[in-house]
Ligand binder design. Sequence first.
Ligand code: UTP
Length: 288
Amino acid sequence: MLKPIRKAIIPAAGLGVRFLPATKSQPKEMLPIVDKPTIQFIVEEAVASGIEDILIITGRNKRAIEDHFDKSLELEMILSERGKDDLLKLVQDIGTMVDIHYVRQKEPLGLGHAIYCARKFIGDEPFAVLLGDDVVRSEKPCLKQMIEVYEEYRYSVLAVQEVPPEDTYKYGILKASQLEDKIYRVHDLVEKPKVEEAPSNLAVMGRYIISLRIFDFLAKTKPGAGGEIQLTDALRSLVSCEAIYGLAFEGKRYDVGDKLGYLKATVEFALEREDLGAEFKEYLKELL
Ligand code: UTP
């Protein structure tokens, strides 16, 4: 019988060098898009996709993330005393959405290493990975779209999107053949290839459903590009013995760990807000 996807890992232990100095003493995953920390969007996507347990991989400065998803007795008391019931509910809901667990990655040795730190939590089920700095805006949650493909194809599924050829050096790129509309069979992956070496322009975005066997390969994976243990290298080994599929998901993805990506997300999310959108649009029109 097919094992359901119940557990998700959110790696959030990177250094966030691209966002210094904001990330000097706080994780980039806590940077707010309007008024909600990035990582909360990601937790909400996981919950809306049916995930029951989340493991956040934290690094230095982990406290802000833990505190955010914890109960805040003092704040709740003050909001209650002041009759701010809407805000009270908003704050309480964050702490009760889902079971969140934490593991510390002692050194930022790469995404592959961060995921390897989760092996005991995962046990014997396939699992989801949602990168802590990738936000997807879509009608149906991106991870839910992927779980539906997993339920049909029964093996690992990677979220992919076409990128301009000159941008392939920023992503893991697929060598793949198309099976049906939006679904690809992966033959190989290349981490951050130059445009002339890229086998396609299908880039892996920050969502994965991965078979348990990945841990055997992560255990053996040596540091690759940038001296880090790369998830892409372990996925390459996995695809040589087990099927992996790519889903060109519906939705728009923002790399919030990148300054421009962060600004785009902030502006687009703000424009959609009922309480801010109209006024903000007017302001932007005047400004431009
Ligand atoms: P990134 O490469 O985007 O994160 O990793 P980074 O290393 O923090 O970025 P820069 O280049 O220094 O700005 C993708 C995701 O994997 C996590 C990051 O927190 C991010 O969510 N990650 C990365 C880890 O958890 N551990 C690592 O060792 C590396």
